[in-house]
Write a protein that binds this ligand. Structure first.
Ligand code: ME8
Length: 500
């Protein structure tokens, strides 16, 4: 291709001042109900969304479902339902799970919605206008569980290299996207924006693959019926991935004012198996449409269950709703974010969950609140100082969040919690009376108020419970300054229950 595509360096503030934050999760296939892997991504995105709201940013947090494609059509057939009825029933389970897990998404997009289809058609129109779509024949392999086209050489022992499952042979008429044209612009994008693909260790893998060359991509299916008809040739439906990726624009009403305010996305969050689609295919589509590119695509690792890959046949699929019947929602949220460094693979085990509940949550945080609120019952008024503020390094916590090191952010919050526990032990307020007692209690209440703000993105209902007992309103980061406590504390139940 002779045409030169200019790639600008995408800086955080190219399009907007630091006032908006648009974060997305993948839209999940509705072939089955949500499991803990889906919950993990959605909880992490929720923590980030809540954090940025506390910073005063205008946050838009999007999640949703991928309703189309052969995988969903097959599951529907097996269930004896139409794809639409089947999708509708599974989507309910997603709504239920996200509500239970305190997910604060601002919207929930489904690819079967009209508002989505309209934008998908516009994207195809723009790609076509750029001369990037042509008709041909696809001959190769297709992995239905991953909804991916594969070449003979990509197969490993005749199976899908990603999921290891059977693939099917495909030979059909198809429309193609000139992905090959975007090899150089993509490499330039990665070079100029070193953080575009995060974390770093995944970046090089993508660059290596793109450097070996990009083949044009089949973007329609003739033998699949469950999808958006290809504009101008209804014999074909759009390949589910082109349909799905477009959700990031359709949910913000491209090209309406909402899009102008929110695009480009600040973070597309997902797990590593679909990084290729987000770091290569999606930016290439956007380049073809002449649209700005997202600022960051971040791929986290995979969750295993008690050391094993999650699978139906092993019977170890963890249902997040069932889990929260046994353990509190906040302890599950806390555990997933604290246990696994974002980007690494990680393991979910009930033993490790219980150990963190009984240790960090019950003993360190819950007992601190309980001790302080008991002491507060002995005082009629309080007057203190800000001596505990020097134990809090908010900048450090903020940097950890900015760098997507959420486990470190929690750790640093707990450093402060430990320092407050130490303060009680040193001051021995149970031996104090009058003004001296009032001062120590004030400083402790003030620290709890600050802790309530800091933990709220991770454990929103615990923060609410704590605020209620302190008699204070929910604060944001501008309220982190010490010396503001004016609550009317009243001790309630322990923040967490010990698990036997
Ligand atoms: O890929 N560990 O949908 P999907 C961690 N519809 N995260 C996991 C996980 C695990 N074991 N299992 C699933 C699709 N996830 C497409 C996406 S986006 C335009 C289209 C999470 O239902 C993780 O976020 O297969 C992963 O990327 C996603 O679920 C895959 O969800």
């Amino acid at each position: 291709m002779k045409e030169k595509i200019a790639i600008k360096k995408v800086s955080r503030d190219t399009f907007h001042p630091k006032s908006k934050f648009y974060i997305t999760t993948p839209i999940y296939y509705v072939n089955d109900v949500p499991h803990i892997g889906h919950a993990y991504t959605t909880i992490v995105a929720d923590v980030l969304a809540r954090w940025h709201r506390l910073s005063g940013e205008d946050v838009f947090f999007l999640t949703g479902t991928d309703d189309h494609g052969k995988k969903v059509a097959t599951a529907a057939k097996e269930a004896g339902k139409t794809p639409q009825a089947f999708a509708d029933s599974v989507v309910k389970r997603y709504h239920e799970a996200w509500k239970k897990l305190d997910i604060s998404n601002d919207d929930f997009i489904r690819t079967t919605e009209k508002r989505h289809e309209r934008v998908v058609i516009e994207i195809i129109r723009l790609m076509n206008k750029a001369g990037d779509i042509y008709k041909g024949e696809y001959e190769g392999w297709y992995c239905v569980p991953d909804e991916t086209f594969l070449t003979e050489t990509q197969l490993v022992k005749g199976k899908c290299p990603e999921c290891g499952r059977d693939v099917e042979k495909v030979k059909e008429e198809s429309y193609f996207f000139r992905l090959s044209k975007y090899q150089k612009p993509l490499l330039e994008l990665y070079r100029k924006n070193p953080d575009f693909i995060s974390p770093k260790n995944r970046r090089q893998e993508i660059i290596n693959r793109v450097q070996t060359g990009l083949k044009d991509l089949s973007i329609t299916r003739e033998t699949v019926k469950w999808g958006i008809p290809f504009p101008g040739d209804n014999k074909h439906v759009l390949w589910v991935w082109i349909d799905a990726l477009s959700n990031y624009l359709s949910a913000i009403e491209y090209p309406e004012p909402k899009y102008k305010k929110l695009w480009p996305a600040d973070i597309h969050l997902m797990a590593k198996e679909i990084l290729w689609f987000h770091a290569v295919i999606w930016p290439a589509i956007l380049m073809s449409c002449r649209l700005p590119l997202p600022k960051k695509v971040f791929a986290h690792g995979w969750l295993t269950i008690e050391g094993e890959k999650m699978s139906k046949s092993k019977g170890n699929v963890v249902d997040p709703l069932k889990l929260t019947e046994k353990y509190s929602v906040d302890s599950v949220r806390y555990f997933l974010v604290r246990e696994i460094p974002l980007g690494d693979d990680g393991d979910f085990s009930e033993k490790a969950l219980i150990s963190r509940i009984n240790g960090e949550l019950v003993s360190d945080l819950g007992n601190l609140a309980s001790r302080v609120l008991t002491l507060a019952e002995r005082c009629k008024s309080y007057q203190g100082n800000d001596e505990l503020s020097r134990n809090l390094d908010f900048k450090k916590i903020e940097n950890h969040v900015e760098n997507m090191e959420l486990h470190h952010a929690i750790n640093s919050i707990f450093d402060f919690i430990h320092s407050v526990n130490k303060y009680i032990n040193e001051k021995e307020p149970w031996k104090l009376e009058g003004k001296q007692l009032e001062q120590v209690v004030y400083n402790l209440l003030e620290s709890l108020r600050v802790i309530g703000i800091l933990i709220s993105p991770f454990m929103p209902s615990t923060a609410e419970k704590l605020n209620r007992q302190l008699g204070v309103k929910a604060g944001s980061f501008k309220d982190l300054k010490f010396g503001k406590f004016s609550g009317k504390p009243r001790k309630g139940e322990h923040l967490f229950k010990r698990v036997a």
